[in-house]
Design a protein around this ligand. Structure first.
Ligand code: NAD
Length: 454
């Protein structure tokens, strides 16, 4: 096995050396997962529910430890990291109700009894990105386990530590050995083996649209099921009839959360021309007020970028002479720091069309509702977005017209474990979270029992 170094993005210190799985290691893990899954699926639903509740309780008892690990590995501010660990517990708790509720249907037919069963798929492979390592892992493994599957999970190379710890906590909580295995390694090795392995029946992939396209193409060879959660370039549409102070005060948090390394980041602010100047006056102090600092400090609202290569990729979008309206602050010294940055480019600029995945937002004026909708939809992505208006009819019209999976009116909320999440267009395929997620880890089997007439 080869070894990969994990770096603390706020200090640039080496945190750990992580052994990388190779193809043979994946094959061995999948063989063991296959055996574990058969036993798991045979357990009484109440037993599987209890096991998931025990896993949730174990995560709950380790929230502080998991949060500290995420601060160190990903540079997430401590308060947010605690929220993420708590979210993993909540997702497990929510889906622990599912084993006893996957009830299928009884369908009235002539000549007998017809029922459907929600059969587990078998072994599910989950591939996660580096931006929200714990939460995105849980969106895959919790409903998959609840539906009776085994899970092998490949975390991102830069941020494997919390997911590896979750794998240990699963075993400590009493979950059967081999049922949920975390396999750190390269995308080109472990990730690709998940796609090609015939005993992995579904791949849940969260990451870039570029790699997601390859995963989907590879999965086609075996008609393998996929859920894809991919990139985004979401719009925050500010109409002239909204609470402009609130829209401006909250806009930085809609895009700079997690240093903009958020697939739901509202990275294009679209402002009605009649209030554009006033909005920019209000936005400037809000952006400068974002507290950027060491993630261990409780007051910190935004930490560093995840790595040096990512810092370089984000920096390339703000070269000398870029149309910078204003910027917030960032610490100097070691760490991959990047200040919140507001750009006012042309509509066709690549900062408007490409996912930057950093704390860089573009602000563009629009003329009327039709122009706002056209601009919002002028992207291959369709993940998220916000709109600000006090006109209920407009809120309904625009939220129906914007091609995105998760919209919020007069707020920037998008992910709740109990509501569905996913993208339109090239932002993805399928939905995670919400009450129906376990169904996407099952096959529907229809069985007809002929009944003899007396
Ligand atoms: P990435 O596509 O580079 O990597 C994602 C994962 O795929 C990693 O674990 C990587 O090792 C693995 N991988 C790489 N090559 C692979 C291959 N050939 N086969 C299989 N797996 C492979 O993405 P990233 O840079 O880690 O994450 C950032 C991207 O993720 C952004 O585009 C962001 O929008 C997206 N994202 C989407 C969501 C969502 O829910 N829609 C959530 C978070 C992040």
């Amino acid at each position: 096995m080869s070894v990969s170094q994990v770096i603390n993005p706020a200090t640039e210190e080496v945190l750990a050396d992580v052994e990388q799985f190779d193809e043979a290691g994946v094959d061995d893990a999948v063989a063991r997962a296959k055996v574990a899954q058969r036993h798991w699926a045979k357990l009484a639903p109440a037993q599987r529910a209890a096991a998931l509740r025990a896993f949730a309780a174990t995560v709950d008892a380790h929230v502080d430890e998991l949060a500290a690990l995420e601060v160190a590995n990903s540079g997430h501010p401590i308060g947010q990291a605690e929220g993420e660990a708590g979210h993993v517990r909540d997702v497990l708790q929510f889906y622990s109700a599912s084993p006893e509720r996957l009830s299928g249907k009884q369908i009235p037919v002539a000549g007998g009894l017809d029922v459907t069963f929600n059969e587990p798929l078998g072994v599910v492979g989950v591939i996660t990105p580096w931006n929200f390592p714990m939460t995105i892992a849980a969106w895959g493994f919790a409903p998959a386990l609840a539906a009776g599957n085994a899970v092998v999970l490949k975390p991102a190379e830069w941020t494997p530590l919390t997911t590896m710890r979750l794998g240990e906590l699963a075993v400590e909580s009493g979950l059967p050995a081999d049922l949920f295995q975390v396999l750190p390694g390269k995308g080109s090795v472990v990730g690709e083996r998940f796609v090609s392995h015939p005993d992995i029946r579904k791949v849940v992939f969260t990451g870039s649209t570029e790699v997601g396209t390859r995963v989907m193409a590879g999965a086609a060879a075996q008609i393998k099921r996929v859920t894809l959660e991919l990139g985004g370039k979401s719009a925050n549409i500010v109409f002239d009839d909204c609470d402009l102070e609130k829209a401006a005060a909250t806009a930085p948090y809609g895009v700079f959360d997690n240093a903009g390394q958020d697939c739901c980041s509202r990275s294009r602010i679209l402002v009605q021309r009649s209030v554009y100047d006033r909005f920019m006056e209000l936005l400037e102090p809000a952006v400068k007020g974002v507290v950027v600092g060491h993630p261990n400090v409780r007051a910190t609202e935004m930490g560093p970028l995840v790595s040096r290569p990512h810092w370089e990729s984000v920096s390339a979008y703000v070269p000398e002479g870029a149309p910078v309206a204003f910027r917030g602050s960032a610490p100097s010294g070691p760490g991959f720091w990047f200040p919140p940055t507001v750009l006012t480019p042309q509509r066709t600029d690549r900062t408007v069309t490409e996912e930057i995945f950093g704390p860089v937002v573009t602000v563009l004026p629009f003329d009327d509702e039709a122009d706002a909708i056209a601009l919002a939809n002028d992207t291959p992505y369709g993940l998220s977005g916000s709109l600000w208006t006090d006109n209920v009819s407009r809120a309904i019209r625009v939220s129906r017209a914007v091609e995105a999976g998760n919209l919020s009116v007069n707020s920037h909320s998008s992910v709740r474990y109990n509501t569905p999440f996913g993208g339109f267009k090239q932002s993805g395929l399928g939905r995670e979270l919400g009450p129906d997620a376990p169904l996407s880890f099952t096959e529907t089997k229809n069985v007809f029992f002929a009944v003899e007439e007396l």
